[in-house]
Write a protein that binds this ligand. Structure first.
Ligand code: DX5
Ligand code: ZN
Length: 239
């Protein structure tokens, strides 16, 4: 894909409704990944969020390139790949070839962020930057015009199932104001601890993309039913 096609993909796939729901499969039964992805697609997911962890940037290992490739075979949805790995620039070709639609790198994990963003875009993939809770918004200010997604972590990355840090909602509001005031096109994604009980607050704070993980696999319900519940709540909150 050339960069122009990627922009077009973003306006069609990522632009048809807001907020978008990007379910994370981190807490799924990995023996049933294919079925679960199909169920999430049928339930109206806008993308599938894939959490790649290296045991160095975060104190946990999850999965890597083969799982991204396998999921690419099971869905036509955009694959929103969240790289919680050091030196993500070393793996851009591999994740692109595996079928990523968007590659999100952590600002804390790459020394030359501007170069990494451009390297992602040159591959025809949407470029995202992610910030840990303790990382100030100023650390991405200079690159905002060049990114497609800014992902704010509302938990310290590494594990599903942690509680959302309430103070992060103010950070989401501040970034929303910055993006709107500058007329930027990047989407604001929020990731970590989002439940049925707090998703309305996340949307009201300004999220364009809502990432939901463990909440989809709780309450004894299927992920498809839980995702539909999220859809109802985000639609109502966005009005
Ligand atoms: C955390 C990951 C999240 C996680 C979300 O490090 O980046 O995407 O899967 O899971 P919950 O919603 O349980 O916090
Ligand atoms: Zn994530």
């Amino acid at each position: 894909m050339v960069p122009e096609e990627a922009r077009l993909l973003m306006s069609t796939l990522f632009g048809h409704r807001r907020p978008l729901l990007s379910p994370s499969i981190l807490n799924a039964d990995f023996a049933r990944l294919g079925e679960i992805v199909a169920e999430l697609e049928a339930a109206g997911a806008d993308a599938i969020h894939l959490d790649v962890m290296d045991g160095r940037f975060v104190p946990n290992l999850s999965f890597g390139i083969p799982i991204v490739r396998a999921i690419r075979q099971r869905t036509t949805l955009p694959l929103d790949v969240h790289l919680m790995i050091v030196e993500p620039e070393r793996y851009l070709d591999a994740f692109t070839e595996a079928g990523a639609t968007a590659l999100t790198v952590h600002v804390e994990a790459t020394v030359h962020l501007h170069r990494t963003i451009h390297a992602i875009r040159e591959r025809g993939v949407l470029a995202g930057v992610a910030l840990n809770p303790a990382t100030p918004l100023a650390s991405v200010e200079e690159v905002l015009p060049f990114v497609d997604v800014v992902l704010l972590m509302t938990v310290d990355p590494g594990f599903g199932g942690q509680p959302l840090i309430p103070a992060m909602l103010r950070k989401v509001e501040r970034l929303r104001r910055t993006i709107d005031a500058a007329g930027l096109h990047c989407l604001l994604s929020v990731d970590g601890g989002i439940k049925l009980s707090n998703v309305a607050a996340v949307v009201q704070a300004g999220a364009d993309i809502v990432v939901t993980g463990s909440a989809l696999f709780q309450d004894g319900e299927t992920p498809g039913i839980q995702l539909r519940r999220f859809r109802e709540l985000v639609t109502r909150a966005a009005r």
